[in-house]
Design a protein around this ligand. Structure first.
Ligand code: CO
Length: 458
């Protein structure tokens, strides 16, 4: 059996270890090598890369994608898309989602991994349909979590749903690195018996379970894993590409990876990592193993958020109470996966409940919107008494929230006028209005500076 390997150094590893601060010029000269290493795909766009390009790196994310595509001619490019939220956390109207997918593919994207924080697939169906329409590979993703209502049957059911929606493959997305080898084996076995399309596992090394979990998933029929070249692997990033490749081959599976090319790629990234360490962008702490997430059954990132939140309020001594309250709040909310923004929503509410000495005395506007159905349908039952208290006489939305939104693309395009030089600019603006506007202005200034300079030279 062959195992496909997706390299994450340009997206998830970059995002998890150095807050997506790697500029294009850092990796431009290694792209051809990466292209010839034998990867199944290169995850290089989407997630936080888009925001980071505009906000910190003064790069046009669309141009970055086109430049990557120019150098990567054999290997598929892959991106992460948050369904109806595109790359952020609010819901966008369908016309915007469609345009975003269309232009992603037209600019060079091949595989779009699409997920929704609540696994409410009404929030990914439009992106998936559009991906297929433009000839892209639509990978449906299921956010992995544990709870009394999440079991083998529920995962198999979600997998079946994705297959019926036309997904070309299915990814189980363990964003916190909490899936253990036993669960991996059982879930992939159940999925393998239920669907025919390829199964992929995405995990992180955060808790140290990653490599073991990958091996057991492969044993049960998972045919694709995400890894990061070793220099940028481990900790909150993915398990190392070279290590996984070595172990998989020793166990008798095939991969297309060429070890000598992997070594060249790794050597290339070593000084880049050194630079980020020296600059303090890479905190060595995130490269270690963090097992508290296993004890508390919550993602490591959520735990550190809770701690810093309590510290700010001089209430770190209440941490144990908050950690006991967290699963109760999650149960009241119908067991959402603890992925952004749900992890923050649940964490903040649990802390508020403890610190105010009365549960739900104060409810955040996010939790209210959640009960109104603006994020989608909760995986389990909502606490009905709490729903009544939060909503009062307001009726929750039971349909798709995006159906209540007016089309926005053409209208925004008109409003932007000459500020947007392309449809891609319009999409950048819709996704991140203030940052995009600032970026457009800087781009104009740079252009003007270049013109003056060349005139003087003449
Ligand atoms: Co990830």
């Amino acid at each position: 059996m062959k195992v496909n390997i997706t390299e994450t150094v340009l997206r998830d590893a970059n995002q998890s270890l150095i807050a997506t601060r790697m500029p294009f010029e850092d990796f431009e000269s290694i792209l051809e090598k990466i292209d010839n290493a034998g990867y199944y795909s290169i995850e290089c766009w989407g997630g936080a890369t888009f925001d980071s390009c505009l906000r910190y790196l003064s790069e046009d994310p669309w141009e970055r994608l086109r430049k990557i595509k120019e150098k990567v001619k054999n290997t598929k490019l892959q991106m992460l898309l948050r369904g109806q939220n595109i790359l952020g956390y609010k819901h966008y109207p369908d016309d915007v989602v469609r345009k975003f997918v269309e232009y992603s593919i037209k600019n060079g994207m091949d595989i779009i991994r699409i997920f929704d924080a609540l696994n409410d697939f009404r929030n990914i169906e439009v992106a998936m349909e559009e991906t297929l329409k433009w000839g892209g590979h639509a990978q449906g993703a299921i956010c992995y979590t544990t709870s009394p209502i999440h079991n083998l049957e529920s995962y198999a059911k979600l997998g079946k749903q994705l297959e019926e929606m036309g997904a070309n493959s299915i990814c189980i997305k363990d964003m916190a690195g909490i899936m253990d080898p036993k669960d991996a084996y059982e879930i992939f076995k159940a999925l393998k018996e239920t669907v025919k399309i390829p199964l992929i596992l995405h995990t992180h090394s955060t808790t140290g379970l990653g490599p073991m979990t990958y091996l057991k998933a492969i044993e049960a029929g998972c045919s694709g894993i995400d890894t990061a070249i070793s220099t940028f692997s481990g900790g909150t990033s993915q398990p190392a590409t070279e290590t996984m490749n070595f172990a998989i081959k020793r166990l008798g599976y095939e991969t297309d990876l060429k070890e000598e090319v992997l070594k060249e790629i790794n050597d290339f990234f070593k000084p880049i990592k050194e630079r980020f360490l020296e600059e303090g962008v890479l905190n060595p702490y995130v490269m270690g193993t963090e097992t508290d997430a296993l004890t508390y059954q919550i993602p490591g990132g959520m735990l550190s958020n809770l701690i810093s939140q309590l510290k700010q309020q001089n209430a770190l001594d209440r941490l144990d109470e908050v950690l006991q309250e967290t699963p109760r709040v999650r149960a009241d909310l119908g067991y959402p996966p603890l992925v952004t923004p749900m992890s923050q929503m649940v964490g903040v509410q649990a802390a508020t409940n403890v610190l105010l000495g009365e549960r739900y005395k104060s409810v955040s506007k996010e939790v209210k919107a959640y009960f109104k159905g603006e994020y989608g349908k909760a995986p389990g039952e909502l606490n009905q008494d709490l729903a009544k208290q939060v909503l009062g006489d307001e009726e929750p939305i039971t349909g798709r929230f995006a159906d209540t939104l007016e089309p926005a693309f053409e209208k925004t395009k008109k409003e932007l006028g000459s500020m947007a030089q392309s449809d891609e600019d319009v999409l950048s603006y819709i996704a991140f209005p203030q940052i995009a506007e600032k970026f457009f202005k800087e781009r104009e200034e740079r252009k003007a500076a270049t013109v003056t300079y060349s005139i003087r030279k003449v």
